[in-house]
Design a protein around this ligand. Structure first.
Ligand code: GRF
Length: 211
């Protein structure tokens, strides 16, 4: 079986990345991480990739004349690794038009809330403040909005009475990692198709947008 080529983009600790790296140790998983990119240097996510012998790169917005130039450079760099699927795993930047032109429909992002509730940078905090009794994480196909793309998978966790943002986010991240590994593996092995807001697994002979 040919393994799907993954490029993973990170901005921080990279525990989701690590879960993917660990899963790809089994050839039957169906995917390999061919490169890890970031929007900053010196983060644990990049160090994790280096320790596993995976190619890394950083594209910092500040090194480019504009956000659009950064986005084009990021897209070009990612393209050089010929990914089948791009995984944003704690990547704290919105990708732009050039990136979406190149990788739209085959870029997924993980968000620590149950979409469409609580989009944006503070999903766990916003869920806690709202008082919901369950929250979770959402894997979605990236579009031009903020955490608005078609949903591939969701996982639910309870909110405890004594939770802080930190304890809640940690509980979410345990479930989030499992969801990410399971779902990316299925996407790699089974293929998938985006039909409007619905994402379906499986290979479909005649559809251009099938992966
Ligand atoms: C994850 O919860 C992700 O959804 C959020 O930031 C966290 C990243 O964690 N955007 P890590 O870097 O994978 O450990």
């Amino acid at each position: 079986m040919t393994r799907a080529r993954l490029v993973v983009l990170v901005s921080g600790a990279g525990s989701n990345l690590q879960a993917l790296i660990d899963a790809t140790a089994d050839p039957a998983y169906g995917a390999e991480v061919v490169a890890v990119g970031a929007d900053r240097d010196g983060i644990e996510g990049l160090a994790r990739a280096e320790r596993s012998g995976i190619a890394t790169f950083a594209q910092r917005v500040g090194d480019h004349g504009s956000r659009a130039e950064w986005d084009a450079a990021l897209a070009e760099r990612v393209a050089s690794y010929r990914p089948d699927l791009v995984v944003l795993a704690g990547f704290m930047k919105l990708v732009g038009d050039d990136f979406l032109a190149a990788f739209g429909g085959r870029t997924v992002n993980t968000h620590p809330a149950l979409s469409p509730a609580f989009p944006g940078m503070h999903g766990p905090r916003d869920a806690l403040e709202y008082g919901v009794k369950v929250t979770g994480a959402t894997l979605f196909v990236v579009d031009a909005g903020v955490d608005t793309g078609a949903i591939v998978a969701q996982t639910v966790v309870p909110v405890a009475d004594d939770d802080t943002t930190e304890t809640l986010h940690e509980r979410i991240k345990v479930a989030e990692r499992a969801m990410l590994v399971d779902t990316v593996g299925r996407m790699a092995r089974e293929g998938f198709r985006v039909e409007g807001r619905r994402v379906r697994f499986g290979r479909f002979a005649s559809a251009d947008e099938s992966h």
